[in-house]
Design a protein around this ligand. Sequence first.
Ligand code: ZN
Length: 162
Amino acid sequence: MSTEVVGPVAGRKLGSRIMWSRAKRLAAAKGISVAEARNLLKENPEALANIEYSQAVLNEKESELRKVYPYIVKGSIKFHVSGVHKNKMTVEITCQWPGCTETREVATSDLHQVKYCETHTREARLARRREKWAQANPKKDKPVVVKASKKKAKKVKEEASA
Ligand SMILES: [Zn+2]
């Protein structure tokens, strides 16, 4: 088990090990034999996902998440078996920017870092940069674009090292 194999052999071994554990889980969940579960997974690769992420499980997960992120749209949780969010759960969130009512689909694994729609995510990023700039330059009152300040920082560095 612990011997390390690289290359295509490792991939095959890992693949069959995953297949085996998936079949075992499905067999346990459905009360069928592992061989039956393997056949079922061959015919319907999503069979296990459909059991593990049944609507009841998803609803429970969503209400847990809504305790931490109350701006999750109720009833929006989904588990994806294909597409960009393959094997991930997503929810819709309402943008937390004051006055904005846009919703956005977010993978549940990204909830800790996304709370605005795409427009306001950019807006918030700019605001953070301006604030940082203001802190670094307390005497000047006009924020400059970030590119310029980067250039300036580079110039200062170059002058220092020259
Ligand atoms: Zn917004």
